[in-house]
Design a protein around this ligand. Structure first.
Ligand code: SAM
Ligand code: SF4
Length: 330
């Protein structure tokens, strides 16, 4: 079975936001004062699993758990354990997650034991004071300890770094050298205009074109054909033992090869991170509808998956996306 959208893109990747809550408040992701959803609006773990089952039946091979912070969701390991068991008897090949790493020290062993072999850890700076600034109250050491624990348990860690204007543009080589010393691939990401935060988006955004040129002078990059199933464009260098990736939703559109859809923590299926249209599954899951009905809705959603996002960041345009990144996950 294969899911194909209206532009004949094969969709085999599902990203699930398991909670909108988080123990940090990164300034590009959330406002300082956020109202999180009442618990009954968020899908239960059983509802998430049932939805995943239907996507897997239709051809999804990879599931990424995200959030909010996936590791703050109570009993998340139970969900991962159940999903992991499906790898032997279904299409599902990989479960992974994106985390801020703050709780990884506690969970790394459980994750590995339940089939998680690769994770992305978000880290925008390795300077303690700056880490507090960007996450509003995070503790850098927790994330660094979490990364060490994941490595110790045999989990492959990739670092994701959002490049934020006047904040970490000058630390990109510093981060690359740190990641290289630990043999961790690293991907830089452009800020996306996911709703309003406390600072206008044009004051946060840096085009990675500019950053790439600067880094290329230093590292003399060669394009790599390495792919992880995502939009990152990877480069290698004779001066490095790691790959350095660039995710450029604004400066270099990659929607033509999109292979993914997303489920929000409340059960809304977003066919595109950069559009507002969704198909709501929560009520379907909570009423007496069979799995065939769910599958029909998924097929319908795919038939209206947009061609591309229309992200734009400048001082005259307000973000047209009406949700923050923690609702749908990154
Ligand atoms: N809490 C987890 C974490 O931080 O890795 C998972 C959820 S977080 C929303 C997923 C990714 O989205 C992170 O790498 C984060 O840096 C990124 N992100 C959040 N808001 C963003 C924005 N407005 N533009 C670009 N990336 C963003
Ligand atoms: Fe939390 Fe991740 Fe958003 Fe930061 S980027 S506030 S860690 S959900």
């Amino acid at each position: 079975m294969q899911l194909v959208d209206q532009f004949l893109r094969k969709i085999n990747y599902l990203r699930v936001s398991v909670t909108d809550r988080c123990d940090l408040r990164c300034v590009y992701c959330m406002k300082e004062k956020m109202n999180f959803l009442p618990k009954n609006e968020v899908l239960s773990l059983e509802e998430i699993e049932r939805l995943c089952d239907n996507f897997i039946d239709l051809g999804v091979e990879k599931i990424r758990l995200t959030g909010g912070e996936p590791l703050v969701r109570k009993n998340i390991i139970h969900l991962i354990n159940n999903l992991n068991k499906k790898k032997t008897s279904t299409n599902l090949k990989e479960i992974t997650l994106t985390t801020n790493g703050s709780l990884l020290k506690r969970y790394a062993k459980d994750l590995k034991e339940n089939g998680i072999n690769r994770i992305n850890v978000s880290l925008d700076t390795i300077i303690e004071k700056k880490f507090k600034e960007i996450t509003r109250f995070g503790n850098l050491q927790n994330t660094l300890d979490g990364i060490e624990e994941a490595i110790k348990n045999g989990i492959k860690v990739k670092i994701n770094t959002v490049v934020f204007k006047n904040f970490n543009e000058d630390q990109t080589t510093n981060l690359i050298n740190w990641a290289n010393s630990k043999l961790l691939d690293l991907t830089f990401i452009e800020v996306m205009p996911m709703s309003d935060t406390d600072m206008p988006r044009h004051m946060q955004f840096v085009s990675l074109d500019k950053i790439f040129k600067k880094l290329n002078n230093k590292y003399n990059f060669n394009q790599s054909n390495y792919k992880t199933g995502g939009p990152s464009n990877y480069f290698v260098s004779e001066k490095l033992d790691i790959k350095v990736g660039f995710i450029t939703p604004l400066s270099n559109n990659f929607c033509a090869t999109c292979n993914r859809v997303r489920i929000s923590s409340t059960g809304k299926m977003y066919m595109c991170l950069g559009q507002n249209d969704y198909v709501d599954f929560r009520e379907i899951l909570r009423t007496d509808r069979g799995d065939e009905y769910i599958k029909d809705k998924i097929r319908f959603a795919l038939s209206i998956k947009p061609k591309r996002h229309d992200f734009i960041i400048n001082s005259e345009v307000k973000p047209y996306i009406n949700r923050h990144m923690n609702e749908t996950g990154g």
